[in-house]
Design a protein around this ligand. Structure first.
Ligand code: ZN
Length: 474
């Protein structure tokens, strides 16, 4: 691949403009992190609204036009903006990020307040510091850098900052249908993915899908004395534990019938071992904070990257019985588990949830009452990372980081990508972002690598120029 021509004075001036304002960009990011915009928690809906309003201010302050919140029935606020003055011959780029965040988890486990950003060793700690408020601020500053340096952008830009990504984008399809013309674009640039490692940019070409359900088992009208009734009356917690244990095999790999239905077999290229990763599972385990001696799970015949990116898996993300605190010698009436499935390419969330339901119905111990409630779902996404738009992204990331990007899969899910690309006839989707293996997004002590964040913003500045120069995007 040819190196980009770096002599264009507009690009150089715009990149220099990023460096000039990086401190104030960081202050803007910190202000957003202070808003606990937790979309999963109704008690924080006002904060999600406040976060949307702050994002509107951010985009306006950096020269975007027609900036406003938007939504459909029941949605969290989306933020839209645009700069469409590059003319009809220039491509239109949609810049995507989200302003909602995950709940903080166990606050005591954070070294600093999740909603009071703090820098330690070159990283900014706080919920949403990386996922994905850093993405929203990066977009604002890529636009701002061009406008400050040259008074114009090399291409048309639309910005969409979502407010419900962390709950699986429940109203996304309705929102797209209602705002199709305002969103129409030729290429999607998403800043909600991440880098291969610190200093090495990533370009993501596959995401896993998502499906979830609540499984409740009820045995009793109300709690019972465990001495008077235990030994004859079934314990719902034990029943649920036995049921959950049938969902995986001895390797922790999915074991219910139909769990792999629809899964597309990876090609030889996708299966090829990744040097420095598949041959070093212990390094991955350490980076993930796996305790010494704890084994990794999944089909041991398969490479680590295939298990993480291209296969389904299941996690119990919530379990209700009785808290230990305040517990007494009683059999609780009911127990509930929330299970979350990640799906591989080709799998249909609704179909897998039906398979799960069928399995669960067959395996309820002692005929307890079962309530199975399917929750959100989104299919996996995968693209062929070739063609002019991908080449442009590779050149831009190389220019921004000084290092060739790694083409990578990600085990997580971003429900937005597939439906959005499809809505405009399968436009190229370029997934980059501020995450890295040490960022611990969704976990405690989430953090952003500040040096790589600057490189990301610089890369976006280069990317707008690269995309504007292409004769054709596909
Ligand atoms: Zn995210």
């Amino acid at each position: 691949m040819a190196d980009r021509n770096d002599t264009d004075p507009g690009v150089s001036a715009a990149v220099a403009a990023v460096d000039d304002v990086i401190d104030s960009a960081r202050a803007e990011l910190e202000a957003l992190v202070r808003i606990p915009s937790i979309s999963a928690d109704p008690q924080h809906f006002a904060d999600v609204r406040a976060s949307a309003d702050a994002t509107v201010e951010l985009l306006r302050a950096h020269g975007l036009e027609n900036v406003r919140t938007a939504g459909v029935e029941g949605s969290q606020p989306f933020v839209l903006g645009e700069w469409m003055r590059a003319g009809p011959n220039a491509p239109t780029v949609l810049l995507y990020a989200h302003h909602d965040v995950q709940p903080p988890g166990i606050v005591e486990n954070w070294a600093s307040d999740p909603f009071e950003p703090e820098e330690r060793a070159g990283r900014l700690y706080g919920r949403g510091a990386a996922d994905d408020k850093a993405g929203a601020v990066a977009h604002a500053h890529a636009v701002s850098a061009w406008l400050t340096a040259t008074g114009a952008l090399p291409c048309n830009v639309r910005v969409l900052i979502e407010g419900e990504e962390e709950i699986g984008s429940p109203t996304l399809q309705a929102f797209l249908n209602a705002h199709l013309e305002e969103l129409r674009s030729d290429v999607l640039v998403l800043a909600d993915a991440g880098n291969w490692q610190v200093g090495v940019p990533g370009l993501t070409y596959s995401l896993r899908g998502l499906a979830a359900a609540d499984i409740e088992l009820r045995a009793l009208d109300g709690p019972q004395h465990s001495g008077m009734t235990g030994g004859a009356v079934p314990d719902p917690v034990m029943a649920l534990s036995r049921l959950l244990s049938t969902l995986v095999d001895e390797h922790g790999d999915l074991a219910f019938e139909g769990a792999f239905e629809g899964l597309s077999e990876p090609g030889t290229k996708e299966r090829a071992p990744i040097k420095g990763f598949d041959d070093a599972p212990q390094r991955f385990a350490r980076a993930a904070g796996v305790r010494p001696g704890v084994q990794l799970v999944g089909d041991p015949e398969l490479a680590l990257h295939e298990r993480l990116w291209l296969r389904p898996c299941l996690t119990v993300i919530g379990f209700d019985g009785h808290p230990i605190k305040g517990s007494s010698n009683q059999i609780v009436a009911r127990a509930t588990a929330r299970v979350s499935l990640r799906l591989g390419p080709g799998q249909d969330p609704d179909q897998i949830l039906e398979q799960l339901r069928t399995h669960v119905e067959k395996h309820v111990p002692w005929a307890l009452e079962l309530t199975f409630t399917p929750l959100e779902g989104a299919p996996a996404w995968r693209t062929d990372p070739t063609g002019p738009a991908f080449d442009a992204a590779r050149r831009a990331l190389h220019a921004g980081f000084g290092v060739e990007p790694v083409l990578m899969g990600v085990g997580g899910s971003i429900p937005f990508v597939g439906p959005f690309a499809d809505a405009f006839g399968g436009i190229p989707s370029l997934l980059m972002g501020p995450d890295d293996p040490g960022a611990n997004i969704h976990g405690e002590d989430e953090s952003l690598h500040l040096g790589d964040w600057r490189s990301l913003i610089r890369s976006e500045v280069f990317l707008l120029d690269e995309l504007a120069r292409l004769d054709s995007l596909r």
